[in-house]
Design a protein. Structure first.
Length: 309
């Protein structure tokens, strides 16, 4: 289980000046499926030859590419606001990574910082760069970042949303993502009726913070730089909770003094259609069933609760 987020989830290496720092793996940013299969099958040297031979061939955008575009566009929307910085992390070598940087330049992405590790894990550099969020296609790297107290998710093969918008739209599950998983444990061990009693009795007791509380705080600081009626960022809480368990969530967010623009209390309904209606650029959830529903509609990140099994 993840530890309660009052301690380890507090971001000890927060980015300077209130900037929002997002670290992303090259496989989440670009479509490197064929190259990765070669890496897994034949090793680093074959992979390096493949990349160098195709150095001038552009990489196609990956699952998280639209999200990164929108994040970086925020820097042009309000130059005086806290900046968004995207860090590239890749198991390429610097030499074979030239293809990635050629593609970054072609698409006009303002990404200047990177770590290339030639097959070694990239997760140690997530903390060193002061990332608020880490997105990767590698579940082991995600688990390592979560252990270090950094919001992290495994980017899954997903369908792009049909509804396109210039606004950045990010959706979160509640328990075990924005909040701790104590209440979810009650539901799993004692059932839904016990869960509702537990939440009703503790309605005015704030929930603990989960792995994404720090990222939500950073996103909220960025939102405050824009007029609320014309913000380029919109957030949503999409939770299986329903009344009466909604009250504790609302009062917790009020206690934290953070803004969530939309809150959907679905009472166990499949989340995918609602996320498509919201137009989420990405959705974060700990439940395998929920991410399977979501990824048929929008880009989805899995936030594992049980690290290392």
């Amino acid at each position: 289980m993840l530890p309660s987020a009052g301690g380890p989830h507090a971001h000890a290496n927060a980015s300077p000046g209130g900037n929002l720092v997002v670290a992303i793996s090259s496989r989440a940013l670009f479509d490197l499926g064929d190259s990765h299969e070669l890496f897994e099958r034949e090793g680093v040297d074959a992979f390096a030859r493949h990349q160098i031979e195709r150095e001038d061939e552009l990489l196609a955008p990956g699952i998280a590419f639209p999200l990164v575009q929108k994040l970086l566009n925020l820097n042009r929307a309000a130059p005086e606001a806290p900046r968004v910085e995207v860090i590239l992390l890749s198991r390429n070598s610097a030499d074979t990574g030239l293809r990635i940087f050629n593609s970054i330049e072609h698409y006009g992405l303002d990404i200047a910082r990177a770590a290339f590790t030639r097959g070694a894990p990239t997760s140690p550099y997530v903390h060193a760069f002061g990332a608020d969020l880490f997105l990767s296609a590698n579940p082991d790297s995600v688990a390592q970042a979560l252990r270090a107290g950094i919001a992290a998710a495994t980017i899954l093969p997903s369908k792009a949303p049909q509804r396109q918008s210039d606004q950045l739209r990010i959706a979160f599950d509640g328990d075990a993502v924005l909040f701790g998983d104590e209440s979810e444990q009650v539901s799993e061990s004692a059932g839904i009726d016990a869960f509702h009693r537990h939440e009703t009795e503790r309605a005015r007791e704030p929930l603990s913070g989960g792995p994404f509380r720090g990222f939500l705080d950073a996103l909220h600081r960025l939102q405050q730089a824009f007029p609320s009626e014309a913000s380029p960022i919109r957030t949503a809480l999409v939770t299986a909770r329903s009344a009466p368990a909604h009250k504790r969530v609302i009062l917790t967010l009020r206690e934290w003094d953070v803004r969530i623009d939309e809150a959907l209390f679905l009472g166990g309904r499949p989340k995918g259609p609602f996320l498509e209606a919201f137009g989420a650029d990405i959705f974060f959830d700990d439940s395998v069933a929920n991410v399977e529903s979501a990824r048929r509609h929008v880009a989805t990140g899995h936030v594992p609760r049980r690290l290392g099994g």
